[in-house]
Ligand binder design. Sequence first.
Ligand code: FAD
Length: 353
Amino acid sequence: MTPDTDIVVIGGGQSGLAAGYHLRRLGLDFVILDAQPTPGGAWQHAWDSLHLFSPAAYSSLPGRLMPAQPGQTYPDAAHVVTYLTDYEQRYELPIRRPVRVQGVHEHGQLLRVATDEGPWLARAVISATGTWSRPFLPAVPGRDRFTGAQLHTAEYRSPKDFAGQRVVVVGGGNSGAQIAADLAYDTDLTWVTQREPMFLSDDIDGRALFDAATARRRALDEGRTDTGGVASLGDIVAVPPVREARDAGLLKASPMFSRFTETGVEWADGQEADVDAVIWCTGFRPVLSHLSPLGLRGSRGHIPTAGTRADADPRLHLLGYGDWTGPASATLIGVGRPAREAARDIAALLQRP
Ligand SMILES: Cc1cc2nc3c(=O)[nH]c(=O)nc-3n(C[C@H](O)[C@H](O)[C@H](O)COP(=O)(O)OP(=O)(O)OC[C@H]3O[C@@H](n4cnc5c(N)ncnc54)[C@H](O)[C@@H]3O)c2cc1C
């Protein structure tokens, strides 16, 4: 049976592009299938004020430095979209859009990638579908009774949409802190977190986080004790808008509420608040449903991997989902190394008889 291409990369965000860069350098035959009509992956859908937590030079994919954004130390999401658009054109990456992969199936020695544009037969697959299209919302009693608005980080755009409203922001990570800071001036804001928010010191940004992730990777590679990587530093990067709101005393967190009422939320001590909108900044989960036909899911919904390679099927690599597919692999600067390892591993696999 003849494959249509040697390798199908699923997803044309930063991870798919980094994979494409290394596959091209190795002279391999591949195609990138991306569900979005336009370049930029998840960065196209970021809220208006989102800025990177690292300067441009520390937010680059392999081969090409991200240029600085005039007047901004920390580039905005639109700048990242421009960079990714330029990147895929510069390296002439073979991307097909919009093509949505519906499922990856066994097909004898090959893998059959079923899409809304017909099937592709391939000898190997790199899945790089990110997390953005699978927002996570925790189960909280009464959530369906609440008559106000509820939205996730993925749907949030701007404080203009909530001016003068009573808004609860849920989540003590970077998204929660940034969106709370965004809303702090024009809304009646309540920021709730499961534990006291931890702000990194003001001189720490994404560069230090990446250094911590690199130190962790080295420690693990050399069989030393896990340094804990990014998590060991604390949580929230004090990017300028977060710092300003915090210093103005506007970022005081309350404990998480315990249930919804019809018109608001209620805490365990019986205190209630009426609210107009709840914004869930509670993270994302990896988008893996297209791989279900292969039956490879392990614990916690992840597919067990060694580096990026699926333990149970060496034809499948998973790229960019988080630390379980390589330290810092879900960042612009961090995805380059696992992408290179995946490309090399597949090249070696394809050479085998
Ligand atoms: C709020 C927030 C802030 C962040 N800030 C930073 C930062 O400052 N610096 C940094 O380095 N990182 C940051 N990140 C992390 C990371 O860089 C992004 O999450 C990044 O978008 C991940 O890239 P990706 O290519 O893996 O996934 P995505 O960008 O989500 O791209 C995946 C692509 O796959 C496509 N796709 C999905 N399913 C299918 C399918 N079935 N068939 C075909 N195509 C499909 C999607 O449409 C999308 O185009 C941030 C993340 C978040 C959520």
